[in-house]
Design a protein around this ligand. Structure first.
Ligand SMILES: [Ca+2]
Ligand SMILES: [Ca+2]
Length: 467
């Protein structure tokens, strides 16, 4: 290597180190623990998480354990700690449990759809019977492979019977499996013919009469699509089109069964997008354009509150300002906040999963960490009226100061996260007095330790470069 090249090379590394250092400094200036969110680390080494709330609003999460905890995993919050277990698979390098989707039946028993390992392939279904997990293969022709093979599980509200939408990467099709009480009835909803490539990132919802509706991506037609079973056929329509548009879809139905879809744009219309059917046409809009050509809007998860207002969790891969984000429609505009500013892991499996509890409070599961992957859980930090991460005497003052204000949940003074600053909020401060944000069953690593890891890694590179 010529001296000149060495200097140029070293200069590149100095700049790289400065960028890393600035990123770490940025993390410690704006810590991961936002005042309005309580953030817990649930488990180590996880991806593809799906969250559901039980009848007492306690969170349950299914996920793939990754390299550290291989296999399909399940975590349940008992009110004071997270109980975690391996449901299926679990040997060294086992890939069982990718693309999980969780639902709880009417007695809060967990049901999970997921993909098997290459040694034991297929679309799988695990159901807790009260003492053990019953596991069956729904469709044996599915292997885990490319991004977007989402499974999406819903239970029929009257019978509790499971329904699953999924992408068949062998046949390039969107498929739907329904348990009829004795067998799984499987049908191809869209695609399956030569030249097709459709059904990725599928998201399933059942309407008030139990009929399935599915949002999904079609990569041949470069579109976001929507399929609805009308009782005799699947009616398929194109919601929005672009280059790569329509990935990471999440579907929810409002109280009159009108579909709403969150999804990711593309180079032409970048960022997080939202589509709503008004009864005669689809209205689409950009919620968060993000930075650097549309970094925001991957791994979306959509839920509607009790008045039908949209809430969306999603990932922003922006290098300067990454993290888990949360968008809330306040009736006029989208209120957008960063929930956790720690960078998520590498590509694939970084699912965010959102559910709203009986008082419309959001609960989100998501992974963080590239070198130190962890499963996290975020929910509003209650009692903290002034959003400083501690419930203390100051918060009574914040309620008084902002008394009568209304807005999105979590505005200053709104200690109980209902969007109104009222007498209830004094009660919320009292109830949660002394709490500090970020207390979980697994200690939350300091951003500084991740920084030291990064510095150690770049130091190693630096030494290699100097040889
Ligand atoms: Ca406070
Ligand atoms: Ca309030």
């Amino acid at each position: 290597m010529k001296d000149f090249d060495k200097i140029a090379c070293n200069r590149t590394f100095v700049i790289l180190l400065l960028v890393i250092w600035a990123t770490i400094a940025g993390l410690s200036v704006s810590p991961a623990l936002s005042g309005t969110w309580d953030i817990q680390t649930v488990d180590t080494g996880n991806q593809y998480a799906s969250l559901a709330l039980d009848s007492s609003d306690k969170p349950h999460i299914s996920y793939y354990g990754g390299m550290i905890n291989p296999g399909l995993r399940y975590a349940a919050w008992n009110g004071s700690t997270w109980n975690t277990e391996t449901v299926a698979g679990g040997g060294l390098g086992d890939m069982t449990g990718q693309y999980t989707s969780l639902a709880l039946d009417s007695s809060s028993k967990p049901r999970i759809s997921y993909l098997g390992d290459i040694m034991n392939p297929g679309l799988k279904y695990a159901a807790w019977n009260g003492s053990t997990w019953d596991i069956e293969t729904v469709d044996g022709g599915i292997t885990s492979g490319p991004e977007g093979q989402n499974t999406s599980l819903a239970l029929d509200s009257s019978s509790g019977k499971p329904r699953i939408s999924y992408h068949d990467s062998m046949n390039m099709a969107l498929k739907y499996a329904a348990w009829n009480g004795s067998i799984w009835v499987i049908e191809t909803v869209d695609g399956g013919m030569p030249g097709d490539m459709t059904g990725q990132y599928a998201s399933l919802a059942l309407d008030s009469s139990g009929r399935p509706r599915i949002s999904y991506h079609d990569s041949v037609n470069m579109a976001l699509k929507y399929a609805a079973w009308n009782g005799s056929i699947w009616v398929i329509e194109t919601v929005d089109t672009g280059m790569m548009l329509g990935q990471y879809t999440s579907l929810a139905l409002d109280s009159s069964d009108k579909p709403r879809i969150s999804y990711y744009g593309d180079m032409t219309t970048p960022g997080l997008k939202y589509a709503a059917w008004n009864g005669s046409t689809w209205n689409t809009e950009t919620v968060d354009g993000g930075m650097l050509g549309g970094s925001a809007g991957q791994y979306t998860s959509l839920a509607l509150d009790s008045s039908g207002k949209a809430r969306i969790s999603y990932y922003d891969g922006d290098l300067i300002n990454p993290g888990l984000k949360f968008a809330a429609w306040n009736g006029f505009t989208w209120d957008i906040e960063t929930v956790d500013s720690e960078m998520m892991g590498g590509p694939g499996g970084q699912f965010t999963s959102l559910a709203l509890d009986s008082s419309d409070k959001p609960h989100i599961s998501y992974p963080v960490g590239f070198m130190n992957p962890r499963l996290r859980y975020a929910s509003p930090f209650l009692g903290d009226a002034n959003n400083d991460g501690v419930v203390s005497a100051d918060d009574y003052g914040s309620v008084q100061l902002n008394f009568g204000d209304t807005g999105v949940p979590g505005i200053l003074g709104d200690a109980n996260y209902d969007g109104v600053v009222s007498a209830d909020d004094y009660g919320s401060v009292q109830l949660n007095f002394g709490d500090t944000a970020g207390l979980g069953s697994v200690p939350v690593p300091e951003p500084a330790s991740a920084g030291l890891l990064l510095l150690g890694f770049s130091g190693l590179l630096w030494r290699r470069m100097k040889r």
